[in-house]
Design a protein around this ligand. Structure first.
Ligand SMILES: NC(=O)c1ccc[n+]([C@@H]2O[C@H](COP(=O)([O-])OP(=O)(O)OC[C@H]3O[C@@H](n4cnc5c(N)ncnc54)[C@H](O)[C@@H]3O)[C@@H](O)[C@H]2O)c1
Length: 352
């Protein structure tokens, strides 16, 4: 039988990822598209004819007994409220990343979903990326030997989103480049390592590039429609640097939404004693074998990870079996983010 879903929040991620994916999934009905800005929901319905109804109050979808699941695609701060309301209404939820703005609320969401017996998946889409799946498999097969260190770089020249709006207001986003991009990198590393016990973290966060918002020069700003340079806030990290010790590999990272270095670098280096890899973020990876000195670039197909993510969620709510994006397996990443921000605030190392 078809699963009936509602998509709440019809912004970038809904239009770029979930609505296309859900439109392709044969056993899914999109009964509602909801946005507080009605035009955005109407525009989504025009672009995705599978949408049956447009609403501006998500509680309409929650009150509909036919609806099995909702996709929460609203800004970070509202993930908690919308998801908790959906859980109370007995709906399964796929909530976009980050879980929400801090670990405490994230844990409450996990506990509530588990107590209610509904699925709560998080949009850690990279776990469904074929390259990441293969790297996780390489690790399980011992191709890296002992992974002792992982380096993550997620730095761009000019990429602060919606300056002055929800993305750059800590109370609404939970943070800047670390919670927005860093979560993807740190989560995929923890996934590839097969889970790792966190030991200590240290981190520095900077808000330098648009500290005077009106003086920030850029060529392109994503989410510019939510920007509010005149009256808004920018109190989040545009550059972040940190070090994470675990019982498996240690992780070092640098991230920039903006920096005065005109190089965009998005990669993960996995250093093992038998082999290593450089993953081009969302692309292929290059593997080097220490025994043969052979280095090859993988050329596997990379299916749309959002389609795979949504398909896995629909399967999970159909079978009742938690999949790898279930909040239980993502909470550790939220705990890590909290500790990193705490370290940056206190300017000291944090132990778990
Ligand atoms: N997984 C990924 O790769 C990825 C990529 C981009 C964004 N995201 C996440 O998706 C979320 C949304 O990001 P975005 O870039 O699409 O933002 P966006 O601002 O483009 O879209 C958010 C939409 O939610 C609507 N909205 C806000 N509150 C609402 C409510 N209570 N009810 C209904 N609609 C509401 C807004 O009007 C807006 O249209 C964020 O949490 C972000 O971190 C994930």
């Amino acid at each position: 039988m078809s699963k009936v879903v509602a998509v709440i929040g019809c912004g970038r991620i809904a239009n770029a990822a979930h609505l296309p994916a859900l439109s392709q999934l044969e056993d899914v009905r999109i009964k509602y598209a909801c946005d507080i800005i009605e035009e955005k929901a109407v525009k989504a319905k025009d672009a995705f004819p599978k949408i049956e109804n447009v609403i501006t109050d998500y509680k309409v979808a929650l009150a509909d007994k036919e609806v099995d699941a909702v996709f929460v695609c609203t800004p970070n701060y509202s993930h908690y409220t919308v998801t908790m309301d959906a859980i109370k209404a007995g709906k399964h939820v796929l909530c976009e990343k980050p879980i929400t703005i801090n670990y405490k609320l994230s844990k409450e969401m996990a506990d509530a979903a588990n107590a209610a017996g509904v699925m709560l998946n998080i949009g850690v889409c990279n776990r469904h990326n074929r390259s990441i799946e293969l790297l996780e498999q390489y690790n399980r097969e011992g191709k890296f030997g002992k992974i002792y260190h992982v380096v993550c770089t997620f730095r761009k020249f000019r990429s602060i989103p919606g300056l002055g709006g929800a993305f750059t207001t800590k109370a609404e986003s939970g943070g800047g480049v670390l919670i927005d991009w860093g979560i993807h990198f740190l989560d995929l590393v923890l996934y590839i390592l097969g889970g790792a016990k966190l030991k200590t973290v240290t981190c520095d966060a900077y808000c330098e590039m648009a500290k005077n918002m009106k003086d920030y020069k850029y060529t392109y700003m994503w989410s510019e429609d939510t920007s509010d340079v005149e009256n808004g806030t920018n109190d989040v990290d545009d550059f972040i640097s940190g070090y994470v010790r675990t019982d498996k590999a240690n992780i070092s990272f640098n991230g920039a939404w903006a920096q005065n270095v005109n190089e965009d670098e998005m990669y993960v280096d996995i250093c093992g004693d038998k082999g290593g890899a450089r993953l081009s973020y969302r692309g292929q990876f290059k593997f080097s074998d220490a025994a043969t000195l052979e280095t090859y670039t993988t050329e596997h197909e990379i299916p749309d990870m959002y389609f795979c993510e949504d398909k896995a969620f629909i399967e999970a709510i159909t079978t009742g079996v938690k999949d790898k994006s279930h909040i239980d397996y993502v909470l550790e990443s939220a705990k890590l983010l909290d500790a990193l921000y705490q370290s940056a605030d206190k300017k000291e190392e944090i132990s778990f």
